[in-house]
Ligand binder design. Structure first.
Ligand code: GDP
Ligand code: MG
Length: 178
């Protein structure tokens, strides 16, 4: 699944899923470029971005990150998009209950059609807007636990937990036998 180089250096396909506007593209740009631009209409789009991280055990993980060009707005994303993905990052906006409902739809979709050994993360983004929170952390956490995912709250705006998100994913990846 997702392609790997060898036991010490993994290469994995990572897809982002979630409602339009929850901050998927901003999470990617924060992680890959260290930037947050609230005004730009970010469309990573057709091509993907990649970023390599080194873990403490001196292994590396190269993420090939697929972001949508906004197709999530119109219809069910083609299974082509997540085919072969080793990782799915499912994002909602913790100020938007609708986006949390949509995230659950994506989880079910991936459970039905994704790779059986896919690593899934549930991300409550916009954690800098705590005074506008509408989805309690407990709800996200419980849903994630029930579905064998890990849960994290992030802010692409402040960079809070962005690197941690990808590090946690890297640690959970199945390792090929060396
Ligand atoms: P996408 O449609 O899921 O890719 O969402 P975008 O990355 O394009 O972000 C949608 C809007 O949410 C933009 O106006 C961003 O500036 C804003 N946004 C994204 N992440 C955050 C965040 O962590 N905090 C806040 N306050 N706004 C965010
Ligand atoms: Mg986007």
């Amino acid at each position: 699944t997702g392609g790997s180089l060898d036991a010490k250096n993994l290469k994995v396909k990572l897809v982002l899923l979630g409602d339009s506007g929850v901050g998927k593209s901003c999470i990617v740009l924060r992680f890959v470029r260290g930037q947050f631009d609230p005004t730009s209409k970010v469309t990573v789009g057709a091509s993907f971005l990649s970023q390599t991280i080194a873990l403490q055990d001196s292994t590396t993980v190269k993420f090939e990150i697929w972001d949508t060009a906004g197709q999530e707005r119109y219809a069910a994303l083609a299974p082509l998009y997540y085919r072969g993905a080793a990782v799915a990052v499912i994002v909602y906006d913790l100020t938007s209950p609708e986006s949390f409902t949509k995230a659950q739809y994506w989880v079910k979709e991936l459970q039905k059609h994704g790779s059986p050994d896919i690593v899934m993360a549930l991300v409550g983004n916009k954690a800098d807007l705590l005074d506008r929170r509408e989805v309690p952390a407990q709800e996200g956490m419980e849903y994630a636990e029930k579905n064998g995912m890990f849960y994290i709250e992030t802010s692409a705006k402040t960079a809070d937990n962005i690197n941690q998100l990808f590090e946690e994913i890297a640690k959970r990846l199945p390792r090929p036998e060396s």
